[in-house]
Write a protein that binds this ligand. Structure first.
Ligand code: WT7
Length: 657
């Protein structure tokens, strides 16, 4: 076994200096789900046949007649096929030896624990499917889910899928207003929420926030409330004939609920994500292709085996939780760990304690978390037995090589491959990633497109870059791709399919290709920030700021942050007669939290008498970014009034003390 060096810093520097690459350990590749490099050529030669082979591993009530119908930008996968996602995630396994296998191992932040076998899950999903029907939910209806990370959230998603309803999960960290807007955009008829959820020992009052939202959501007929707190219930107001306790409805629920036979292209869910305007986009995913994509990538990227204990730390409120905590693992019949709370509660070894307790074998988290672990120090993982781990994953933002190496050494004991997986809410499943039994790893590179996926680096005007940097394009349709933006077909085309004249999918990301053909993801090239792995639109934060009565104008940019990758910096011009003060800064921050949620809270607010603009009146974000990062400025010759920048820089210097 490889020894952990005494001076990890030195070791890491040496490894990085050598530009060391990491060949999969022989013990790993010998038994890996994929170890034949030929697969890339085979899949590339006939991607439809490649995806079809995975579709055959799922259960369809009627076969498809055609794998793909592609009328750019509209794709139909497994045309004519009939399938139900809950059958594939639950029923299918209940008929096998997996019947009594743990499907979900859940741990609440206060330490409460629950394990649901596949048969448990089957009963719960059937019962809640029946409950939703009894509340009038029909095929095609939208159901909003605003929940903590509890098993009932996965149950509710699968119950929706079972009866053909479309779920729209809204992350529990979003504000009442964000919830309201998402409910209204989707015209959801039922909301499932909880009395609260735990975060760092505090209770997030979800039902109270939902009540705020529900004042202006005419489409909602009923609300189901999960009782999360056993001993110390938050005051919860239940509105008669509208609000019901989950556990009371479940007691009366029928034990069986026949799955609806869904078309492959019927909607499975909507998930809102930030874009370049003030309004989040409802990304639409359909059933057959999405399941095939998440099933295939979970099996191959995570090298999933029957006895693995798989843990993806993401919240189900984000796409990572949808694809790699619910649909991908359960479609594979895996055992998935689910943890409700914060990684440093009650202490900074909470995650490692969980790895030790359940013998986690596959661990998938975000670079921002890894950088926090680094900051907390090696003593925390060293306290726990991590020897069960055999594979590590990373997702959500570029992983810096230092964080990669730390993860590899201190969590993976230099024995576990690290898969850096690139994808998006829109792509539904992982698109660029190593295959752990096959790929020689380079710390910081997501390596290669998954078999069957074709990616290119292009210039803004469409030239293909074979080595060097540019914009990342996906050139062929893939099964789990988004099928649209809910209710906004024009934005769908404009956002993703209009960058180049040949209508390739534009990711919004910059990337470069090295001489060995490895992809290095460089982050967003649009006005979207990635704060701690979460996507936030600068325009959304700007709208929230100008909504405040003191604000005349606002410009929001990302600034480099050691742990979060990016943090939010806001430049604010206040109205005549309002005076700037620390109190106003706090008020503005709370206003953003109220409008969007705590994840969008600016790190830094700077008052500016004017914002730097070009002669044509466009705010010069590049300049603001440089100021926020404390860098020396580039060219300001196109600026209408250069003295504005000088003043801003002085303000910034004062602010930093
Ligand atoms: C954006 C998508 C789907 C994962 C969770 C975030 C960035 C994601 C990586 C990676 C570099 C990454 C991109 C992408 N991103 N994974 N491995 N390396 N960047 O989903 O909120 O839809 O954000 O996250 O910028 O466009 P999302």
């Amino acid at each position: 076994m490889a020894k952990t060096p005494n001076d990890p810093r030195k070791e890491i520097d040496t490894l990085l200096d050598e530009r060391r690459t990491f060949v999969p350990p022989k013990e790993f590749s010998d038994v890996a789900n994929v170890s034949d490099p030929e697969i890339y050529d085979r899949a590339g030669a006939d991607p439809e046949a490649f995806w079809e082979s995975f579709a055959h591993e799922l259960e369809w009530s009627e076969p498809w007649s055609k794998v793909l119908e592609w009328n750019p930008p509209n794709a139909k996968w497994f045309v004519g096929g009939k399938i139900n996602a809950s059958v594939n995630c639950v029923d299918r396994h209940v008929r096998t030896a997996r019947r009594n296998k743990a499907a979900l191992i859940w741990e609440g932040e206060p330490g409460d624990r629950r394990t649901l076998t596949y048969f448990d899950l089957y009963r719960e999903v059937n019962a809640f499917g029946g409950v939703l029907k009894s509340l009038g939910v029909r095929r095609g209806d939208r159901v909003a889910l605003y929940m903590p990370l509890v098993p009932e959230l996965a149950i509710a998603m699968l119950a929706c899928a079972r009866i053909g309803a479309v779920h729209s999960v809204v992350f529990g960290g979003f504000s009442a207003e964000s919830l309201r807007d998402r409910i209204n955009d989707a015209e959801a008829c039922v909301l499932v929420t909880a009395d609260g959820g735990y975060r760092r020992g505090q209770v997030v009052p979800l039902k109270q926030m939902a009540d705020d939202a529900l004042r202006e959501t005419p489409s909602i007929n009923h609300v189901v409330v999960v009782r999360r707190q056993q001993h110390d219930p938050l005051p919860v107001t239940m509105q008669p004939d509208r609000d019901y306790w989950y556990h009371e409805l479940m007691m009366k629920a029928p034990s069986a609920c026949e799955p609806e036979e869904m078309d492959s292209e019927d909607l499975l869910y909507i998930l809102y994500t930030s874009g370049t305007t003030g309004k989040p986009k409802g990304i639409v995913h359909t059933t057959g292709g999405y399941l095939v994509g998440t099933y295939a990538t979970t099996k191959w990227v995570f090298d999933l085996k029957e006895d693995d204990v798989y843990w993806c730390t993401a919240d189900i409120g984000w796409v990572t939780g949808h694809s790699y905590l619910v649909y991908g693992p359960l479609a594979n019949g895996a055992t998935a760990v689910m943890y409700e709370g914060a990684p440093d509660w009650p202490a900074q070894d909470r995650l490692w304690e969980i790895v030790e307790r359940y013998g986690v074998t596959i661990f998938y988290t975000a670079p921002t978390a890894i950088r926090a672990f680094m900051r907390w120090g090696t003593k925390w993982p060293a306290k726990r037995d991590l020897s069960s781990l055999r594979l590590l994953g990373s997702v959500g933002e570029p992983i810096n090589p230092e964080a990669w190496m730390w993860y590899y050494e201190h969590i993976g004991r230099q024995l576990c491959p690290v898969v850096d997986t690139w994808w998006q809410t829109e792509t539904g499943a992982i698109l660029i990633t190593p295959l752990p039994g096959l790929t020689t790893l380079k710390p910081g590179s997501a390596s290669h497109p998954f078999p069957g996926i074709t990616a290119e680096i292009r210039t803004a005007d469409g030239q293909v870059v074979t080595e060097g940097g540019g914009l990342l394009a996906i050139t062929k349709p893939w099964p789990s791709m988004l099928r649209g933006i809910y209710g906004d077909p024009d934005r769908f085309i404009q956002q993703y399919w209009s960058q180049w004249s040949d209508g390739m999918y534009f990711t919004g990301d910059g990337a470069k290709l090295d001489a060995d053909g490895y992809f290095w993801l460089l982050g967003r090239v649009d006005d979207v920030l990635n704060v701690a792995g979460h996507r936030i639109g600068t325009m959304e934060v700007e709208s929230a700021l100008v909504d405040h009565s003191a604000v005349a104008e606002a410009a929001v940019v990302g600034r480099t942050h050691e742990i979060k990758g990016q943090a939010i910096a806001a430049f604010v011009t206040i109205r005549e007669g309002v005076s700037s003060s620390d109190e106003l800064i706090e008020n503005l921050k709370s206003h953003v939290v109220k409008k969007i949620g705590a994840i969008a809270k600016p790190d830094l607010i700077l008052f500016a008498s004017d914002l730097p603009k070009t002669r044509s009146g466009k705010i010069m974000r590049r300049l603001l970014r440089d100021i926020a990062d404390g860098k020396t400025l580039g060219d300001t010759t196109t600026l209408a009034d250069p003295s504005v920048v000088a003043r801003l820089q002085e303000d910034y210097a004062d602010e930093q003390g």
